[in-house]
Design a protein around this ligand. Structure first.
Ligand code: PMP
Length: 396
């Protein structure tokens, strides 16, 4: 049978991520201790008021359809929260509710991109971006954010990559995997490019409430940008509600209309009782869960402190987000081989970050969403493993 060529285009590079994850799971199945720091899950439970709200909503029979773009109460709650965080007037008619931020990214791509259009993305980038852009017929043009620039974007290189088919810039601040929190200056530079070359900016802010150094800036607040920015967010990271699949996009009302039309022929809306819970979560915790933010900061500092003393490794304290980037290049191994040795010998599963883009070659991405005890144990095992590698290298 035949399939649309689109399906080939959206198939990403076979990710190596799951190799480490699988080895760790096999270890666990044999009863050996293993620590999983690969995927971006969290050990935090979803907030109790949100869980209570689902029960209550179901008990009230709130099981019917809502408008495809989301019911008014949830869109109003999102608009309230956005206004609270950005200081910008935001109306419910600028908001479309989506199935997590991922669905908002795809919806944005489908609303903006004609087949053959190019989208600039600073790399390292979140792994779904190229497939998402390709699903809309677009071509991802990646632009490096080098490690020696703290994985921050280079505005002049972004500008040099703009061509006649460039339609949009997609970015994530704080970034996954690097944790870079783009500065006001960098975002102003990007905003200037968008205005000079008439581009859309798709700003993925799912880690916006997880900032440890610097300040999160929503580019939609920059002069002239609200008309050409789509702000994407969700409850997945900030509220430990990833499996609820509650996300949204905010933009000009006409964009919201286009996105609503797509929702009408794709999701046809999200569960009503989950929307009710989202309103509760957003109103109770407009800036995310404070204990989660404190825990990630504490874990980042503890983990990196222990690894800073290790000769073969260089630990990068993330400015935001939920991942540490660990530079393993001095080991002489590829990130894949380093990570495979680490999981086989010490039962710690991490993610080689090369798949996120060339600038991340030789780095591991390490998830902080595991309990403090596992953070400490993982650091200890990593140190042991790196010291063993160092001794082998010295002996050979
Ligand atoms: N953007 C980035 C940068 C992410 O890291 C993720 C999830 N890992 C998403 C979007 C998708 O988030 P959601 O669960 O809201 O779909």
């Amino acid at each position: 049978m035949r399939y649309a060529s689109r399906v080939q285009q959206i198939a990403g590079k076979a990710s190596t991520a799951w190799d480490m994850h699988m080895v760790a799971n096999q270890k666990r199945a044999r009863g050996e201790p293993a620590i999983l720091m690969t995927v971006g899950d969290t050990d935090f439970a979803s907030p109790t008021p949100a869980i209570a709200a689902v029960h209550e909503s179901l008990a009230r029979g709130r099981t019917y359809y809502t408008p495809s773009a989301g019911g008014l109460p949830m869109r109003e709650a999102i608009a309230r929260r956005h206004a609270h965080q950005t200081g910008q007037r935001t109306d419910a008619d600028q908001v479309v509710v989506t199935v997590g931020a991922q669905n908002a990214l795809l919806t944005a791509a489908l609303c903006l991109i004609e087949p053959g259009d190019q989208v600039l993305v600073p790399e390292p980038m979140y792994l779904t971006y190229p497939g998402t852009i390709a699903a809309a017929g677009g071509v991802t043009v990646s632009v490096r954010s080098p490690a020696n620039n703290r994985f921050h974007p280079l505005i002049n290189e972004l500008e040099a990559a703009i061509g006649p088919r460039t339609r949009a810039i997609f970015l994530a601040t704080p970034n996954n995997p690097t944790g870079a929190v783009y500065t006001m200056e960098e975002l102003s530079g990007i905003a200037a490019l968008c205005q000079k070359y008439d581009l859309w900016l798709v700003s993925d802010e799912v880690y916006g409430d997880l900032v440890y150094d610097g300040r999160h800036v929503s580019p939609c607040t920059l002069p002239g940008m609200s008309a050409r920015t789509i702000t994407i967010n969700s409850l997945s990271k900030s509220h430990a509600m990833a499996g609820w699949r509650l996300g949204w996009m905010i933009g000009p009302p006409e964009l919201a209309q286009c996105a609503g039309q797509l929702a009408y022929c794709s999701t046809y809306g999200i569960p009503t009782f989950l929307q009710d819970a989202a309103v509760v979560a957003l109103d109770h915790f407009p800036d995310g869960l404070p204990e989660l933010q404190a825990a990630y900061r504490r874990r980042r500092d503890r983990f990196c402190e222990r690894l800073e003393a290790v000769h073969l490794l260089s630990c990068r304290r993330p400015e935001g987000g939920m991942f540490v980037m660990l530079d393993t290049r001095a080991s002489g191994l590829s990130a894949y081989d380093f990570a495979m040795g680490l999981v086989v010998e010490e039962g710690v599963a991490t993610l080689p970050a090369d798949d996120f883009g060339e600038s991340a070659t030789g780095y591991l991405r390490i998830n902080l969403g595991v309990p403090d005890t596992e953070i400490d144990e993982a650091a200890l095992r990593l140190v042991r493993y790196a010291e063993r590698l160092g001794r082998h290298r010295a002996a050979s």
